[in-house]
Design a protein around this ligand. Structure first.
Ligand code: GLV
Ligand code: MN
Ligand code: MN
Length: 422
């Protein structure tokens, strides 16, 4: 903990839980879906309505709001001197998203700033909230695209050319919804970054622990696999003469499950999207396209999984007489967060009377991109039954408020974090 820790001067300061919850609920009214969740795929009209609401709230808090060239929205409360301590996350969702994934982190960051303003607490450097474009990667790959461009990990030109699953171009969609901003990317480097997020997994609940001090984010490998076979009549084509992409897609899906189980440890493998063409009952398919999501906390094991998949794809293509091609959609190595930020989160959580555990993140987050340019970390709160990317995603209000209070004091503490290399 740095000397002269600013958070120590305001130990009793707490966020307004009702205000936070009312904003979470108001944002969830934009593009609701059955079951209590939302569908705000990146850069759709629904995403725009969510953005408009957030920008209006930021302006209500007298933040200096800028939109950068990839649509990231950055709000700065310009107090003190130097680079800001930034928090934030995303408000885009997967097609069947919950109301907390990303939105909680953004709204809690805004709540931290409003709390300080209303309570007359003026930190020694600016506080900032970032809303990053297309964190989910559900419409435009890769995931965390906006924060990746923000830190210079992908060029703006490349990002603007990304094509969505529905055929739209990212740059065109930014213009269409009015969020092709003028602030340059890469953006302003924060003094430090901390992101508050729901865990989205089962560990905190299973361990009866309220707060996760996140140590790392596992590596992510996404690829799209296209299988071209021989379309034919389902009734007349002998089994021995088939070159069937639907069958191969199923074999790959089974292989992915078996690979994760055989490797064990943290290895996870998912086929989340399969498209079959022409997708008819009595036609052997002509083509199948599927996505592979492969993750591990250990880079060498992730590489091992990738190479086993490559070999399997070669072998199975030969066996069935189909053509298989692959396209990398995302590839991020595991990220380790800054010890000082992890220590800070853990200490503040304990000082506020919470149970805490250190843990890696299974999901990808914008903080993993910010970690490339400044000391970064994350705070997790429990997800009931570990469910996320599902409208049933839920976190108890008491946990949401506890997490936001830890964010408040972590941000204040980081304002006095000494500068220097990570
Ligand atoms: C982002 O939500 C991810 O896929 O981890
Ligand atoms: Mn998220
Ligand atoms: Mn998500």
């Amino acid at each position: 903990m740095p000397r002269g820790d600013f958070s120590q001067q305001h130990l009793d300061l707490r966020i307004d839980g009702d205000r936070l919850m009312s904003r979470i609920n108001a944002l969830a009214e934009i593009a609701p879906i059955d079951g209590g969740g939302n569908c705000r795929l990146a850069l759709t009209d629904e995403d725009k309505y969510g953005r408009d609401l957030l920008v209006s709230w930021m302006k209500d808090c007298n933040l200096e709001v800028s939109i950068d060239a990839v649509g990231n929205i950055i709000g700065i409360w310009n107090v003190g001197v130097g680079a800001p301590v930034m928090s934030g996350s995303h408000i885009d969702t997967v097609r069947t998203g919950g109301r907390f994934d990303g939105c909680y982190g953004v709204l809690a960051a805004l709540e931290v700033i409003e709390t300080c303003q209303k309570m007359g607490v003026t930190p020694p450097r600016p506080l900032s909230v970032g809303i990053f474009t297309d964190e989910e990667g559900a419409r435009f790959a890769p995931d965390m695209l906006g924060s990746l461009v923000y830190v210079g990990g992908m060029s703006l030109e490349e990002a603007l050319d990304v094509i969505a699953i529905d055929g739209a171009k990212l740059g065109d969609e930014l213009v269409r919804i009015g969020y092709a901003g003028t602030t340059p990317c890469p953006g302003l480097i924060p003094h430090a970054f901390v992101e508050l997020h729901i865990e989205q997994g089962p560990m905190l609940e299973a361990n009866n622990v309220r707060i996760g001090a996140v140590t790392s984010v596992q590596g992510i490998s996404w690829q799209e696999v296209t299988i071209i076979g021989q379309s034919n009549h389902a009734g007349t084509t002998p089994m021995s003469l088939r070159h069937d992409p639907a069958y191969i897609a199923a074999e790959i899906t089974v292989f992915m499950r078996k690979l994760a189980i055989t490797m064990g440890g943290d290895q996870v493998c998912t086929v989340g999207k399969i498209d079959i063409h022409p997708n008819l009952t009595n036609v052997v398919a002509a083509k199948a396209t599927l996505t592979l999501d492969v993750r591990n906390t250990d880079e060498s094991l992730l590489k091992q999984a990738e190479s086993k998949i490559s070999k399997f794809l070669i072998d199975i293509a030969i066996g069935e007489g189909v053509k298989i091609t692959t396209r990398q959609l995302a590839r991020f190595e595991p990220v380790i967060f800054d010890d000082r930020v992890i220590d800070c989160v853990e200490k503040i959580a304990r000082d506020q009377g919470n149970t805490v555990q250190r843990m890696p993140s299974g999901a990808g987050h914008d903080a993993q991109m910010l970690a490339r340019v400044c000391p970064s970390g994350m705070i997790f709160v429990p997800s009931v039954k570990g469910i996320s990317h599902n409208p049933a995603e839920f976190t108890e209000t008491i946990d949401l408020i506890a997490g936001a209070n830890i964010l408040l004091h972590t941000m204040l503490s980081l304002t006095t974090l000494e500068s220097g290399d990570k």
